[in-house]
Design a binder for this molecule. Structure first.
Ligand code: GDP
Ligand code: FO1
Length: 304
């Protein structure tokens, strides 16, 4: 199964999916537009959350970082008067060190991710959307800032005028991403932020034309008029979308076939098949139930 992912909602689905189908049958295409160099090393929050989820070490309270990690290096740096823009755990930091070393030695992000995947014993394929740097930038009344500054330093509080992706014009999807998208009949878009997590993947040249030929199933990250967590509401509004499952469908209108919404949601849409189930993944069991439901919607090779 091919799944498009950000770093919270879709990983919750993956934690169920890996218990429902063989992990090696899962390929995840992951957003990299929130990546950032911190203290000389490369942090890829969405890739790491996906890797840690498959490895069973994700901190499920925050959905970033490694559970029971310590923050000694981060705190010691603070004592030395050095403030890191992201709070990096000690174990988590080793991931960023290895990745950055590989990249400094001319490996691609795809190769670095493959090395980390193998070291963590992850059997699923985890593919960064691109090997090129892309940065999500948030336009606020006072300044244009990197998404991580908006979310961490400014706590997601400033009004948002627009969201843009720096260097998207020159970034290319990797050959592995194109090959994976082309290889199956159904593509699943997990319940991720349609603007900042799925938006960058869709922004890469050539991705939407492939999706237009496929059976595309998306799971809505919005229940009623609110996201389950995170800034999706504010960011969707800034891009002119209604904060609802209908707004999510609109984000994907060029290619979407099926939208999975929560059973409490009363979304009705022409031209798109709406299916309802419990999409609130408050436990592993709930994640598995939703994963089983999604597997049931997947079309095997051209049974359309
Ligand atoms: P990010 O990279 O951390 O922004 O993570 P994602 O984009 O992958 O996920 C963020 C989205 O996940 C938010 O818009 C949430 O509403 C959604 N989300 C989180 N938990 C759940 C859940 O249990 N069910 C559903 N349907 N959506 C969820
Ligand atoms: N989110 C925070 O709110 N504060 C942090 O200090 C923080 C550090 C951090 C370190 C590594 C990592 O992979 C993620 C981290 N996040 C932190 C989460 C991150 O800012 C966002 O939630 C994601 O980029 C959204 O996908």
């Amino acid at each position: 199964m091919i799944v498009l992912s950000g770093g919270t909602g879709t990983p919750k689905l993956l934690r169920g999916l890996k218990n429902v189908i063989p992990e090696e049958d899962i390929t995840v295409i992951v957003n990299t537009a929130e990546d950032r160099w911190v203290s000389g090393n490369l942090v890829c929050p969405d890739i790491d959350t996906v890797l840690y989820t498959f490895a069973g070490i994700i901190d499920e309270r925050k959905w970033w970082g490694i559970k029971n990690d310590t923050f000694h290096a981060h705190e010691t740096l603070k004592k030395l008067g050095y403030h890191e823009s992201m709070k990096l755990g000690d174990q988590d930091r080793t991931t960023h060190i290895v990745r950055a070393e590989l990249i400094r030695n001319d490996h691609t992000l795809t190769e670095a991710t493959e090395r980390l995947r193998s070291s963590l014993g992850v059997k699923a394929r985890v593919l960064p959307m691109t090997n090129d740097p892309v940065a999500t930038m948030v336009d606020t009344p006072n300044s244009k800032m990197h998404f991580q500054d908006f979310w961490i330093a400014h706590k997601g509080e400033p009004d948002v005028l627009d969201v843009k992706f720096d260097d998207m014009d020159t970034a290319e999807p990797t050959p592995e991403v194109i090959e994976a998208l082309s290889s199956e009949n159904t593509i699943v878009i997990g319940p991720s932020n349609p603007i900042t997590s799925i938006g960058p993947i869709l922004g890469l040249e050539g991705v939407i034309p492939i999706l237009q030929k496929k059976h595309v199933i998306a799971i809505s990250p919005i229940i009623g008029n609110k996201p389950v967590s995170g800034p999706a509401g504010k960011l969707m509004r800034a891009k002119g979308y209604e904060v609802s499952s209908a707004g999510v469908a609109q984000c994907y209108e060029d290619f979407l076939d099926v939208l999975v919404v929560d059973r409490r949601d009363n979304c009705v849409l022409p031209n798109i098949e709406i299916v309802k189930t419990n999409t609130m993944m408050s436990s592993v069991e709930r994640s598995m139930e939703l994963a089983r439901f999604i597997v049931g919607l997947v079309r095997s090779p051209k049974d359309n």
